[in-house]
Design a protein around this ligand. Structure first.
Ligand code: GUN
Length: 293
């Protein structure tokens, strides 16, 4: 079994990005600028956003955080989005999800200008991605694709099971893996809460992408010997022995599955750092005008 070291890979790509940023700023250009909007105090969201801002600093991007109160109205958030859409000094921005219950996430995502939607959540980017047109691809699936590419993991013609059908991971990665390209060209099955025979379908897969948010869901008997396992889960489980009171576990029973598979991503240190890096890559594309010109 080979461990896919997402953290090391992320740092390597970030170092490449830093060189690119320096090459531009040395000619007098301003650095890329990413804005993150966080509403409320969700602890996991705060930690993700902190990470994104820290990563911007590492590669030499400018970053701005708008941390809004939990009771911020939807109209106030939409007004901020309108302002960010128009701000020529902002290359891209993200609205951290989930949002407080009184805010409709669809209305928020639809308000983001597709040219600045570096999360790739707007239906325009999603639709363009689906049709193979230039688009911002959502960060987590993009990070996974980059990981597969850099580890030379062959997906062409492989049977791939995606566990989960969310708009931000399961659905888009299923489209990306089945699209023409490398990585790509896989035969993809999307499994979800209403699917039958989940265990036996997983056990036939060459590649499993686990993105259902259930700790240790994928057990050893669900894995074919030599399969590739990508664990997208970041679940907080109580652990009194930790200072924070919790530890992070993935959607895969790592210890048991690691013995059986060919490649596996750890949690933490697997997909997570690649997600942040993919966001930086999208911001770079926005800065250089690669997607929308
Ligand atoms: N919540 C969980 N993942 C993501 C992500 O990639 N982007 C945003 N904006 N919110 C998230």
């Amino acid at each position: 079994m080979e461990l896919i070291d997402g953290k090391a890979l992320a740092l390597q790509i970030q170092s490449e990005l830093k060189d690119q940023v320096e090459a531009y700023t040395l000619t007098g250009k301003r650095p890329p600028h990413l804005v993150a909007v966080l509403v409320g105090e969700n602890p996991a969201s705060r930690s993700y956003v902190r990470n994104k801002i820290r990563s911007c600093e590492r590669v030499g991007y400018r970053s701005t955080l708008h941390h809004l109160e939990e009771d911020t109205s939807q109209d106030a958030l939409l007004a901020l989005i309108d302002q960010l859409n128009k701000d020529k000094e902002v290359d891209g921005f993200i609205i951290q999800l989930p949002l407080p219950r009184h805010i409709d996430p669809t209305a928020v995502i639809l308000a983001i200008a597709p040219e600045k939607d570096v999360d790739g959540f707007h239906p325009t980017n999603f639709g363009r991605m689906t049709q193979g047109l230039s688009a911002y691809h959502p960060a987590t699936p993009l990070g996974i694709m980059e990981m597969l590419r850099r580890y030379n993991i062959d997906t062409s013609g492989k049977d791939c099971v995606v566990l989960g059908r969310s708009n931000i991971v399961g659905r888009p990665i299923s489209i990306m893996l089945s699209s023409k390209g490398n990585p790509g060209n896989a035969t993809v099955t999307v499994l979800h809460s209403k699917s039958k025979d989940i265990s036996s379908r997983c056990a036939q897969a060459d590649i499993i992408i686990a993105a259902i948010g259930i700790p240790n869901f994928v057990k050893s008997n669900m894995v074919k010997p030599g399969a590739v396992i990508i664990d997208v889960g970041i679940n907080r489980v109580e652990d009194a022995s930790k200072k924070s009171g919790y530890r992070l576990v993935g959607d895969v029973d790592f210890e048991a599955v690691a013995e059986k598979c060919s490649f596996i991503t750890p949690v933490p240190g697997g997909v997570g750092p690649m997600t942040v890096t993919a966001l930086l890559l999208n911001t770079w594309k926005s800065y250089t005008g690669e997607v929308y010109g």
